[in-house]
Write a protein of this length. Structure first.
Length: 131
């Protein structure tokens, strides 16, 4: 394995996914691309890329600091989480996607909508890290 993409939204489940990805990266030497999809409610006037969220993304992915800087990339991508992750997988030629069970919009369901959609249709293996 060379590269994995991990979905990040600040939830406890996504932080566990980042920690899981870091451990696998240590074992395999893989590169980790952390992706946060910037939703409509997160946009600020004059900041369509969501750059104001960079400190949050750094905080949500602190565990990536255990890896060498050349093996880590953090991305803010405008749009739907599933589309953002699919795009990152294609762009990074990722071998694996790692997500938490549920994100910040979690309900009582066992799997959140992003995890479920990825499991159903992603073009590479998906690991859903349990709570």
């Amino acid at each position: 394995m060379k590269t994995m993409v991990v979905g990040v939204d600040g939830s406890a489940d996504s932080r566990r996914a980042v920690a899981w990805a870091v451990e696998l990266a240590r074992q395999t030497g893989a590169r980790v691309v952390a992706v946060h999809a910037v939703g409509l409610l997160e946009h600020e006037a004059g900041d369509p890329t969501g750059a104001h969220l960079e400190p949050d993304l750094d905080r949500w992915t602190e565990a990536l600091g255990e890896l060498a800087p050349d093996r880590v990339e953090r991305r803010l991508v405008a749009g739907d989480p599933v589309d953002a992750l699919w795009s990152a997988v294609a762009d990074a030629h990722a071998d694996l996607v790692v997500v938490g069970t549920r994100g910040t919009g979690a309900t009582a369901l066992k799997l959140g909508s992003t995890s479920l959609r990825l499991a159903e249709s992603c073009g590479c293996p998906v690991v859903i890290v349990p709570a």
